[in-house]
Design a protein around this ligand. Structure first.
Ligand code: HEC
Length: 442
């Protein structure tokens, strides 16, 4: 039956020719697991598109309703939490997949002539993915979203001449508000998808015109090629299933609660960006005053320009084997080292608990189990009834003060509404250790 339908469709649509051109593309040197990252990225893009469509059914892009509509998706809509989880983790997955894909292309010298255009379109696609991440981050309209976006927009404002103009375009007004949110929403769900789909098609079109690069070893490449179908298709499919299974696990097991609803008046909130912007956030901490523009736009501008033009800047136009490109490899390694060191330092100062003092870890556990989080926020998580405790160790380094405060909040803070907790001496000490460990310099 199926084969008769296929034969009929083939007689009308000439499907065999399409099939041949889709599946029989030769891969020099044969199929390999190292080539899977491009299709993994494409798969994640499709997943983001599909989950995004379902989220858009319930999401309301206005400051009055955005936060509640995301809460509604999370708590009321059947499988809403699951779809939102996939979309959330899919975004991270996309950044990782793009990163690995670029790493492979860089390592294999696959960006070299005649594939310069494919690389350049790829860099534009990377920027579009980051654009998706940036615009999507604001949409839940919680404190983290609001203040992280504020930081991002302020950075754009430091660009000379056009900075103010760009800020106005991004915000849609004098302050970050309703116009900004609808703008970010429109860009996230209409403009960027249209541009990125065009970019992806261009990327694939160029791939088909110049062909896959294959291994860097000429002898291996010349030893024979293999068609895309069946082995590469199989490898790509296995990886896609694996990626999907991982995202399902993450969506089911790792919750990512919203912070409080965005409060434009609460300027004390310290936003934390997504992990893939963290290295950059860390870098910004080290520059102040006249040096600030270096980090906010000079360095990123130069880096993006260099990345885009890398196939032309790279002086070894024909050498592809990594061993014969020591300087190029060293540059790539230094870049990764800097990024991951900054990321490590940032994660440590955000989440690191001093190993030397087990009391700190116990105090942290107590903080969660006693419900302190209901009133206090640490790095964006928790309520806003009491003070933000992210850096209370800097503000109040005095252990005695904390012990007294915990025994009887009113004795040191007259009129405090913080309740007295029945704590043992050990618990008092550990909670205090945790409090004084909360410092800017982990
Ligand atoms: C019902 C809300 C509420 C709960 C629950 C609560 N606090 Fe507080 N907390 C406050 C308020 C309000 C203040 C500010 C007044 C004061 O200093 O007592 C405060 C102040 C503090 C301060 C001093 C901060 C500063 O910079 O002055 C610390 C430290 C603190 N709380 C820790 C805790 C810990 C640890 C817990 C859990 C055992 C906890 N709080 C539970 C409301 C709360």
């Amino acid at each position: 039956m199926a084969s008769r339908i296929y034969a009929w469709l083939d007689s009308r649509l000439n499907l065999k020719a399409v099939e041949h051109s889709l599946l029989d593309e030769p891969i020099p040197g044969g199929a390999s697991w190292i080539y899977v990252f491009g299709s993994a990225t494409l798969f994640l893009f499709v997943l983001q598109a599909v989950t995004g469509m379902f989220l858009a059914i319930y999401y309301a892009p206005t400051p009055d309703h955005a936060y509640d509509s995301v809460q509604f998706i999370e708590n009321q809509v059947t499988f809403g939490w699951f779809v939102r989880g996939l979309h959330h983790w899919g975004a991270s997955g996309m950044v990782i997949a793009v990163g690995l894909h670029m790493l492979q292309v860089f390592l294999y010298g696959a960006f070299k002539p005649p594939r310069e255009l494919m690389w350049m379109v790829g860099v534009v696609l990377l920027l579009l993915v980051l654009g998706f991440a940036f615009t999507g981050y604001l949409l839940p309209w919680d404190q983290t979203a609001y203040w992280a976006t504020q930081v991002g927009i302020n950075m754009v404002g430091t660009v000379p001449l056009v900075g103010d103009f760009l800020v106005k375009v991004m915000r849609g007004g004098e302050t970050l508000g309703a116009l900004t949110l609808s703008r970010f929403f429109a860009v996230h769900v209409l403009f960027l998808p249209a541009v990125i789909v065009t970019g992806i098609m261009l990327h694939l079109f160029i791939l088909r015109r110049v062909g896959p690069a294959g291994p860097w070893d000429e002898k291996k490449a010349a030893a024979g090629s293999e068609t895309f179908h069946p082995r590469q298709v199989y490898m790509d499919a296995v990886v896609m299933v694996g990626v999907f299974a991982l995202l399902v696990l993450l969506a089911c097991l790792v919750p990512f609660p919203l912070a409080d609803k965005a409060n434009p008046a609460d300027t004390s909130f310290v936003p934390v960006p997504e992990w893939y912007f963290l290295f950059y956030y860390e870098l910004l901490k080290y520059v102040h005053g006249p040096l600030e523009p270096v980090a906010t736009w000079i360095l990123p501008g130069l880096f993006i320009a260099a990345l885009l033009l890398w196939p032309f800047l790279d002086w070894q136009k024909t050498v592809r084997a990594p061993a014969s490109r020591p300087v190029g490899m060293a540059l790539g390694a230094i870049f990764l080292l800097v990024v991951f060191s900054l990321l490590g330092v940032s994660l440590k100062s955000l989440y690191g608990v001093k190993r030397a003092d087990p009391g700190v870890a116990h105090g942290q556990a107590l903080f969660a189990s006693l419900g302190c989080t209901g009133c206090h926020r640490i790095h964006g998580t928790g309520g806003a009834i009491g003070p933000d405790l992210s850096y209370v160790g800097d503000e109040r380094p005095d252990r005695e003060w904390h012990m007294k405060h915990f025994r009887d909040p009113q004795s040191v803070s007259p009129g405090s509404i913080m309740p007295k907790f029945p704590l043992s001496e050990q618990e008092l000490r550990d909670l205090t250790s945790y409090m004084v460990s909360l410092k800017k310099t982990g």
